[in-house]
Design a protein around this ligand. Structure first.
Ligand code: ADP
Ligand code: MG
Length: 328
């Protein structure tokens, strides 16, 4: 995305930042817990830390201000502004405090102890989500995304690594994170080409066509597929192969992975993986979709069949490349 466009969009939200940006040393207020990092991206590292005064645990996202030789402070401020705007919604991670050093900004976030849903998406057997769990999590994801879209915010990087859980087992609630690529849509300005993660990007991104809330809905379609099957529907041998699969909507609904799913789940995915953005279901429509409305029949038979089975049974060999580092 052009620098000027990024700045213009960011600026529209910046006037409203209410969070105090603290300059006292972060280490005076928090102990960084010296276990392994919670996560790491190109420009950010996330660590667990404890607020000394309260003993409460948070996730601190340390963001470099200089990236590729450019000052990106304004982009971090945009991420803060979006987190402020989404504060009332429980499906979106909340922001506790912000610190600034000469080189970094530190976003102190609510800690999601269950980690990324990614891990359970690609897990096997008992570790994997059941179909009922996938439905429950998908409802929550859609509630969060519906809130974003009602506020004209597009996330643009929805994927299993950016959907966290408050706890793993017993299964907690989801929290959407990572608003680094998110944008506020403006009525009279078109927004194009903000690159998310290859496997999850919508055709309009690849074609340099306008971005809308429907762009996120494509990613929700991919996410549903991944959560239900444990495989990535458009993943190619390389980035170009993936992009080709997306632009051709090269997806086979007769594949083994989909055969075992209820027809309503496949219909849900099909209502989202549509080239024309206007034809895709909205978050609100998805919440009303038959697949998510269907109640589990807790009969003896169900408990021993679909109800308790992992959403997917045979892991795909392509998962190793699915795990490769991505842009965000
Ligand atoms: P990036 O822009 O580098 O992808 P993210 O905000 O997605 O940054 O954070 C990177 C990773 O750190 C996430 O995928 C997740 O695993 C972990 N993480 C981020 N925020 C939290 C949080 N609040 N609680 C627990 N883990 C987190
Ligand atoms: Mg991320």
């Amino acid at each position: 995305v052009g620098k000027t466009e990024t700045n213009r969009i960011a600026t529209s939200l910046l006037e409203n930042i209410k969070t105090q940006i603290r300059t006292e040393p972060f280490e005076d207020i928090y102990n960084v817990i010296p276990d392994k990092e919670l996560g790491r991206g190109k420009f950010a590292v996330v660590r667990r830390c404890m607020e000394k005064g309260t003993g409460k645990v948070y996730a601190a996202k340390f963001l470099r201000k200089r990236r590729k030789g450019q000052d990106c402070r304004v982009e971090v401020l945009h991420e803060i502004a979006v987190l402020e705007l989404t504060e009332p919604n429980p499906r979106i991670i909340s922001l506790h405090q912000v610190y600034e050093t000469p080189a970094e900004m530190v976003l102190v976030l609510e800690y999601a102890a269950g980690g990324e849903i990614f891990d359970q998406c690609v897990a096997e057997g008992d570790e994997a989500f059941t179909q009922e769990e996938v439905k429950q999590l998908m409802r929550q994801i859609l509630e969060g995304v519906d809130f974003l879209h009602r506020n004209n915010i597009v996330h643009l990087d929805l994927k299993p690594q950016n959907i966290l859980l408050t706890s793993g087992r017993p299964l907690g609630d989801i929290k959407i994170v990572d608003f680094g690529l998110s944008r506020r849509l403006c009525q009279n300005q078109e927004l194009r080409e903000i690159m998310g993660t290859p496997e999850y990007v919508a055709p309009e991104i690849l074609n340099y066509e306008p971005i809308s809330t429907a762009t996120d809905m494509w990613s929700i379609g991919v996410l549903a597929y991944v959560m239900l099957t444990g495989t990535s529907p458009f993943l190619g041998d390389d980035k170009q192969g993936t992009f080709l699969n997306i632009s051709q909507i090269n997806i086979d609904y007769t594949e083994d992975e989909l055969q075992d799913l209820p027809a309503s789940a496949v219909d849900f995915i099909q209502s989202l993986l549509i080239k024309e953005p206007k034809c895709r279901a909205t978050a609100e429509e998805c919440l009303r979709h038959r697949w998510l409305q269907e109640q589990a029949q807790k009969t003896e038979e169900d408990l021993t069949s679909e109800f308790c089975q992992p959403a997917h049974t045979s892991p795909s060999t392509s998962l190793s490349s699915f795990c490769s580092p991505s842009s965000g």
